[in-house]
Design a protein. Structure first.
Lengths: 163, 153
């Protein structure tokens, strides 16, 4: 059994060496370039995208909570947190913010957003609802003040309470 | 058939509505008065003409005040102050006031205010919360909540 096993190992090593040589060779690169540039590759990608594989992958990503797991992994990673802190504290960030504030583009965007009908409508709605709220409170309080005042006046005049 | 129950409005609610109206009337009169005063200040006006202008200004203020209330009461039944407090002035038959009746109500309002506002005290004890001016002009003041679409109720 031992010579047979040694022969097998030898054959494996030879095959791998052949593969390495093929991958490192100009021929390998040329083959890959030609395959990728071919209609066959385009057809294969098109069929792949047309087929149910995309939906299946998307479903599996959701089913196995891939994104959540990835996010959890990244969020819990102290190294990532350290990198983020360093970026935020860096001079680069300060310069970027300073340049952004000094540039006219930001203020053009801010003006554009501030003057957009969606924003003005939202502000108007907010203001109107605030005014309504204040007016509603004033009405409620004045109504109860009316009732108290009338009860006191009727008591003073010894008149029966209003129906 | 459902009969709408009228909610008559009391003294405090009506006083707040009136205060809002008074503020609007006086603010507009003040702005106009200052504008006219500035315009006249560049002209040389004789003393006797100045007295006439003051009298005209006073008359215009009275007309403006009377017009404000009469027009609102006889059209929508609500001044801006009434609208804010969601109240409406109606005839005691539930109908909208005619201008003559609205004018009578305004006269009654002045009469009610003259004896240290004693003319408003009946609002506290009357079953329909009417003051002297309401009794004179046969009017009532009822709650008029605004619907979300802004329709009258």
């Amino acid at each position: 059994m031992r010579p047979a096993r040694a022969l097998g190992r030898r054959a494996e090593d030879l095959a791998l060496a052949g593969l390495d040589a093929a991958l490192a060779s100009r021929l390998g690169t040329e083959v890959v370039d030609r395959v990728l540039a071919s209609d066959l590759a385009r057809h294969a990608v098109a069929r792949l995208l047309e087929g149910p594989l995309v939906e299946t992958v998307a479903r599996d990503v959701v089913r196995y909570a891939v994104l959540e797991r990835l996010t959890d992994e990244l969020a819990d990673d102290p190294e990532l947190e350290r990198i983020a802190t360093r970026v935020l504290e860096s001079k680069l960030m300060d310069d970027a913010v300073r340049l952004l504030l000094e540039g006219e583009q930001l203020w053009l965007v801010v003006n554009e957003v501030a003057q957009s009908s969606a924003v003005t409508e939202a502000i108007a709605r907010q203001s109107a609802s605030f005014t309504d709220q204040v007016a509603g409170q004033v009405r409620d309080r004045s109504s109860s003040a009316d009732a108290r005042l009338e009860r006191a006046a009727r008591r003073m005049l010894r008149r029966p309470p209003a129906r | 058939m459902t009969v709408a129950v009228r909610e008559y409005q009391g003294l405090v609610t009506r006083a707040i509505a009136f205060a809002v109206d008074a503020a609007i009337v006086n603010l507009i009169a003040l702005v106009v008065g200052v504008g006219v005063g500035l315009a006249l200040s560049i002209l040389t006006i004789h003393d006797s003409l100045e007295v006439v202008l003051v009298a005209v200004g006073g008359a215009a203020f009275v007309l403006w005040t009377v017009g404000y209330f009469v027009v609102f009461w006889s059209t929508t039944g609500q001044t801006p102050g009434n609208r804010l407090m969601q109240v409406r002035v109606l005839g005691d038959d539930g109908e909208r006031l005619r201008p003559r009746r609205a004018l009578l109500r305004f006269g009654g309002l002045v009469l009610a205010a003259l004896p240290l506002f004693a003319g408003f005290l009946p609002v506290l004890v009357d079953d329909r919360r009417r003051g002297l001016h309401d009794m004179l002009a046969r009017t009532i003041v009822v709650r008029a909540p605004q619907t979300p679409a802004g329709r009258r109720t």
